[in-house]
Design a protein around this ligand. Structure first.
Ligand code: F6P
Ligand code: MN
Length: 327
């Protein structure tokens, strides 16, 4: 049996990174326990606040955020923290070598209906050790990430992690409190017949995305010549997990629903960590055309269109967009 602790010891000589991953995943155990208690822990419903994106915060969003923030502030290797729930990054320990970004509770509209939610995290190097970290220190492309992962609080709690070229998965043993290795080299098939999109936004998409979904819905009767199936968890962490397990395409594309937003998902603590996991598992991750991991961020909360998953399908979407813009 390989636990997370022994895996980190064996595969990473960066003990500071290992320590920060241990802090994040330990908080994940607490969040997992709170979710298991559900309504009994008095964590459901609205907290009465709005986050920086103007969305209502759930009680557990706030709690998960505070738990991660407190734990990371005490970790001497963590120089600063950026979260979906915080307007600005919070400095931690100036001598730390690492910056941690997270979405404390992804898919939070799922909490009150007892459906899957998760914690997504990304770890970047800190370049100005000894000085207090600022928002601008976090503005590094996703290809700089030292580690990325998520905790999925589903029927069981699973940790997906990449610190090497491999993507690995652990399952939380509720009896021992250990994360136990269940997959040591996750790989995504290049082809798939499953896709995830919120089709209710159809009228707000660009023409090539509308064409793509039209083709998938036409199935055997259309140009694709085979049928496709839809799945939508309404928590990115759940859709990405399904894709790591059995392939598929996930997209939250560019839309014109909200004029000032390029898409719904956030680059730095949603798209980047998920893209690193997906690419290292052999899949693709783009904004429809460009590689997400190469985007130079300008704002810690910036949004980005996301198309990720089975490689051939991600490339197919890209071709449709490139051909359309060349017409
Ligand atoms: O974090 C944003 C998010 O909750 C994702 O986890 C999820 O994929 C998406 O929004 C769900 O969006 P919608 O409400 O449009 O289904
Ligand atoms: Mn989210």
């Amino acid at each position: 049996m390989t636990t997370l602790t022994s895996y980190l010891d064996q595969h990473s000589t960066n003990t500071e990174l290992n320590d920060v991953i241990t802090t994040v995943t330990n908080v994940g155990k607490t969040i997992s326990q709170l979710l298991r208690k559900g309504a009994l822990a008095d964590i459901l419903g609205e907290a009465g606040n709005q986050n920086v994106q103007g969305e209502d915060q759930k009680k557990l969003d706030v709690l998960a955020n505070d738990l991660l923030l407190d734990a990371l502030a005490k970790n001497t290797h963590c120089a600063g923290v950026a979260s979906e729930e915080l307007d600005n990054a919070t400095p931690a320990n100036a001598d730390g070598s690492l910056l941690v970004l997270f979405d404390p509770l992804d898919g939070s509209s799922n909490i009150d209906i007892n459906m899957a939610v998760g914690t997504i995290f990304s770890i970047l190097p800190y370049q100005r050790q000894g000085q207090t970290s600022e928002n601008s220190d976090f503005l590094q492309a996703g290809n700089q990430q030292l580690a990325a992962g998520y905790l999925l609080y589903g029927t069981s709690t699973v940790l997906a992690l990449t610190i090497t070229e491999n993507v690995v998965m652990f399952s939380l043993d509720p009896d021992t409190g250990d994360y136990v290795l269940i997959e040591d080299n996750v790989q995504i098939d290049a082809d798939t017949s499953e896709y995830a999109i919120n089709s209710s936004n159809y009228r707000y998409w660009r023409a090539p995305m509308q064409q793509y979904i039209d083709e998938l819905i036409a199935g055997e009767a259309g140009v694709r010549g085979r049928d496709f199936n839809t799945r939508w968890v309404a928590a990115m962490v759940g859709d990405v997990h399904r894709i790591l397990c059995r392939g598929g395409l996930f997209t939250y594309p560019f839309d014109t629903k909200y004029a000032h937003k390029a898409g719904k998902l956030r680059l730095m603590y949603e798209a980047n960590p998920m893209s690193l996991l997906i690419e290292r598992a052999g899949g693709g991750a783009t904004d429809a055309v460009n590689r997400i991991l190469d985007i130079e961020p300008t704002d810690i909360h910036q949004r980005v269109p996301v198309v990720l998953g089975s490689k051939n399908e991600v490339d197919y979407v890209k071709d449709l967009h490139v051909n359309y813009s060349e017409k």
